[in-house]
Design a protein around this ligand. Structure first.
Ligand code: 5GP
Ligand code: ZN
Length: 115
């Protein structure tokens, strides 16, 4: 738990948010400013800042986050049409919340430019 971290506060229940998925190691909730009809954030409960902060023991967690995104895409009904998974890391990426998270974005045709 990092006191000044908005995602830690959401996970701790200090800020209102509806979890659409939760287990012992991660939660998922809808982005407050969705860029597409489906815009879900998958967030580990552990305060890991960004990709360079990942340690070898996070390998399973990282894999399970991708698999959970796949399951959530299925549940949202967007799996067949396709979707995008995004993990911003560091200032050049525009990472705004320094608690690692994966965006699951879909439900419309996405711009094919990544950068
Ligand atoms: P980043 O730019 O760090 O990859 O993405 C952070 C995302 O978190 C943004 O898409 C932003 O809209 C979302 N976000 C920031 N604060 C909150 C919040 O309090 N609640 C929710 N649900 N999403 C948030
Ligand atoms: Zn945090």
């Amino acid at each position: 738990m990092s006191e000044n971290c908005v995602f830690c506060r959401i996970i701790a229940g200090e800020m209102p948010s509806d979890f659409i998925y939760q287990d012992e190691e991660m939660v998922a909730f809808r982005d407050i400013h969705p860029v597409a009809p489906t815009h879900i954030l998958l967030v580990p409960r552990e305060h890991i800042e960004s990709v360079p902060s990942l340690q070898p023991h996070h390998e399973g967690l990282a894999g399970r986050m991708i698999l959970r995104a796949q399951a959530l895409a299925e549940a949202e009904g967007i799996a067949a049409a396709g979707y995008r998974l995004v993990v911003n890391s560091g200032s050049d990426s525009g990472q705004a919340v320094a608690h690692i998270h994966m965006h699951l974005i879909g439900g419309r045709k996405l711009d094919n430019r990544i950068g």
